[in-house]
Ligand binder design. Structure first.
Ligand SMILES: [Zn+2]
Ligand SMILES: [Zn+2]
Length: 151
């Protein structure tokens, strides 16, 4: 299992592996370590966020956003070029192929767990579905909490 998060101290983007025996995660950039809450990891399951006090996580598709956008751009540019050269077959062929690749990509990517509060992403975790999908009410609750802390 591994977690991708921003260091609470220096905001460095970190990716660290962990298991049930992990007691703390430390930042290679600034040396700050985060103590993981007791019982947060059970076997191959994550019960709550390791890097912030949040207990709410949700499951979402681990979709490579950049690759998705790239496919769309390739589709549009490719079909425009084909259109320019007057090939209707290639125009729609390219559009269709890139759209299909997008769908396939979406179908085959795995799931990841995400923290509502700090946006930490957990990969390789078992039984992620037990956390449920994104819930707007929970998200709103955390957003307002964060707003209050800032004020
Ligand atoms: Zn740091
Ligand atoms: Zn968190």
């Amino acid at each position: 299992m591994n977690v991708t998060y921003a260091c609470p101290q220096c905001d460095a983007p970190l990716r660290q592996s962990f298991d049930a025996a992990t007691r703390e995660l430390s930042c290679p950039a600034c040396g700050q370590s985060v103590e993981t809450p007791a019982g947060a990891v059970e076997g191959d399951q994550v019960r709550r966020c390791l890097v912030c006090p949040s207990t709410d996580l949700y499951v979402r598709k681990d979709f490579p956003q950049r690759l998705g956008v790239l496919l769309v751009v390739v589709g549009i540019v490719g079909s425009s070029v084909a259109w320019y050269y007057g090939s209707l077959l290639w125009t729609f062929g390219i559009l269709f192929a890139t759209a299909l690749a997008d769908v396939l990509l979406y179908m085959f990517v795995g799931d990841a767990l995400m923290c509502y509060r700090c946006g930490a992403i957990y990969r390789g975790v078992a039984e992620m579905d037990s956390h449920g999908g994104f819930d707007l009410e929970t998200h709103e609750r955390y957003r307002q909490m964060a707003a209050r802390i800032k004020a």
